[in-house]
Design a protein around this ligand. Structure first.
Ligand code: SF4
Ligand code: SF4
Length: 331
């Protein structure tokens, strides 16, 4: 991995990390999400396989499949196998229910991120739908049994904000790491399209968003089971105004999104990241070709944001020792 990083670091394109949205469909209906209703064209299996092979040639080290629910694609296993056989780390973000029904979906995964909002079944299923808790816990058990690196991603709302500590205790007992992110995205971002007005009722007030990130930064400094570095959590805690998710300026952005990592939509559009709110118009893998679409994603005017996941990537690819150490610890 290190030698591949160094080799490709000097090339004009180096999408080391790829977030691949395989589809928008989902068989769960979380209160705050309307992703399953967002209609889009889907790249075919053949197109994804060719894309994955080309990405490997451009230096991709890790692909995270997500959606929607990525395991619903009949070719999910095939795409994971394609990537894994090429030496790419394969990760998926899943609610876990399909995996609970069919554990072979884990066959070619190196990492699993389970979307789970509370260790309290009533609270979780109120937010994510009946049976969601059982599916998430079962998927965690199955992934751990297979030695897959397993994480929990919690969407924070007014209904589950009090459950952060309980979730952390659960994760500590099971040897998992967790992350919690507030349900609050600007409607202009790729993800923003997926959240409807119900979010308004569930959204946290600014002071709770700040407090949640301050706590996570503190927990991380204490060596507790958080996924990302204290640096990235602290940046979110220090963000001056959560009403403004990103900052756009004139000229070429110094942000590493689009250069070191990219976001692919189900139809093959390539964005610098899933959150970019600039006036960026993506190019498309099928229409324009992968190389051109990746080169195009390097140029945008989105300079800064407070999303922890994205800021972690900035410190990792900025070669900040704290973030690199975290990667090494994570294996
Ligand atoms: S948040 Fe995830 S699991 Fe829930 S409906 Fe949306 S895509 Fe499905
Ligand atoms: S600053 Fe970079 S990572 Fe953050 S939203 Fe903008 S493009 Fe994405």
């Amino acid at each position: 991995m290190a030698s591949r990083f160094v080799t490709h670091r000097l090339r004009k394109i180096h999408a080391f990390e790829v977030q691949a949205n395989l589809l928008n469909a989902c068989n769960q209906r979380c209160l705050y999400c309307r992703c399953p209703e967002v209609k889009t064209e889907l790249m075919t299996t053949k197109q994804w396989r060719l894309t994955i092979r080309s990405l490997r040639r451009w230096g991709t080290l890790r692909i995270k499949f997500q959606g929607g629910e990525p395991t619903l694609r009949p070719d999910f296993r095939e795409l994971c196998a394609e990537a894994q056989n090429l030496g790419i780390i394969t990760a998926a973000v899943s609610h876990g229910r399909s995996i609970a029904d069919d554990p072979s979906l884990l066959d070619h995964l190196s990492e699993l991120v389970v979307s789970w909002d509370s260790p309290n079944p009533e609270t979780n299923d109120m937010l994510r739908g009946k049976g969601a808790h059982e599916g998430a816990v079962r998927a965690i058990d199955l992934a751990l049994d297979r030695g897959i690196r397993t994480y929990v991603n919690m969407i924070l709302t007014r209904e589950n904000i009090e459950d952060m500590e309980a979730m952390l205790s659960y994760c500590t007992k099971r040897g998992l790491k967790m992350h919690a992110q507030p349900v609050m995205f600007d409607q202009k971002s790729v993800y923003g399209r997926y959240f409807d007005n119900t979010v308004q009722r569930l959204a946290l007030p600014d002071e709770q968003i700040r407090l949640a990130h301050t706590r996570m930064a503190e927990w991380k400094r204490q060596g507790r089971q958080l996924i990302f570095s204290a640096l990235a959590y602290q940046k979110a805690a220090d963000w001056p105004d959560y009403g403004i998710s990103t900052i756009q300026k004139q000229g070429q952005s110094p942000c590493m999104a689009g250069k070191f990592y990219i976001h692919i939509e189900p139809n093959g559009d390539i964005h610098p990241c899933g959150l970019n709110e600039s006036d960026f118009t993506p190019k498309n893998i099928i229409r324009d070709g992968l190389e051109e679409a990746m080169l195009h994603a390097r140029h945008h005017n989105c300079w800064d944001c407070w999303m922890v996941y994205m800021n972690e990537r900035k410190v990792v690819f900025g070669l900040k020792p704290e973030a690199l150490l975290e990667i090494v610890r994570r294996g």
